[in-house]
Unconditional design. Structure first.
Length: 243
């Protein structure tokens, strides 16, 4: 895959010219190439500037670019460190109560926090377990897809059995039964038609079967290249949660 590198100067606020001249093209390029986009802060010192404002401009430019749709999948380790620094600063200033693990749902149900990043299935379950006031909102910036993956280990003794099982759970009738029990998004859209007859409440919920508008602005998580990549990610963000 070919690589594209491009940058933008933080000489001021992002404007229409930046979008038409660069960022609109970036959005298309990232679908076909391995892309690295950046804010070239050194290039901006060719003009008069206030040193104290420069670092803020760089941060704001990056946030603006992300808001315009740069895919999280293309992020680099340097991006992770910048994100971690921002998360830590928010936590240390008291802007967020805590960065939760899965225990966030209990804090939400107990009223210890009023707004949080959440799994849609958790909110659906909470709505039907005594917390109907909780609401899931898909922000205009988009939502993230997280998946459980079925895989066959190398040198598995019975790979055909594993393949048969995978085919079994992807049958719409079986997938419908699983979705009806788990209450999370299913990868089998045809399961909805089955559930419309057996459990229409689940079938009609956008928290289990997302709307087209929700799906259109969904992003995938970063895919780790190897174990070292995975370790680098955890070493970057775990201290934020655990600290």
């Amino acid at each position: 895959m070919k690589t594209v590198f491009s940058g933008i100067q933080p000489t001021g606020e992002l404007h229409l010219g930046n979008y038409l001249g660069a960022i609109r093209s970036w959005l298309a390029l990232q679908e076909e190439y391995r892309c690295f986009f950046c804010v070239v802060d050194y290039h901006s010192i060719t003009q008069q500037y206030e040193p104290k404002q420069m670092s803020a401009r760089v941060r704001e430019m990056v946030i603006d670019i992300l808001a315009l749709g740069i895919d999280p999948v293309t992020s680099t380790e340097a991006d992770w460190h910048k994100a971690a620094a921002k998360l830590k600063a928010q936590r240390d200033k008291g802007l967020v109560r805590q960065y939760y693990d899965q225990s966030y749902i209990k804090a939400l149900e107990n009223g210890d926090t009023w707004i949080t990043q959440a799994w849609s299935g958790d909110i659906f379950i909470a709505n039907n377990s005594g917390y109907p006031h909780l609401k899931f909102v898909a922000p205009k910036e988009g939502v993230m897809h997280w998946t459980d993956n079925m895989m066959i280990p190398l040198h598995a003794a019975h790979p055909r059995d594993a393949i048969e099982y995978m085919n079994f759970v992807y049958d719409p009738k079986i997938a419908a039964e699983l979705a009806d029990w788990i209450n999370y998004i299913t990868p089998v859209p045809a399961a909805k038609q089955v559930l419309l007859k057996s459990d229409p409440k689940v079938a009609k919920s956008p928290l289990v079967f997302p709307t087209a508008s929700m799906t259109a602005k969904a992003h995938d998580y970063y895919t780790f290249k190897d174990y070292a990549d995975f370790t680098a990610w955890n070493n970057t963000f775990n201290p934020i949660i655990q600290g």
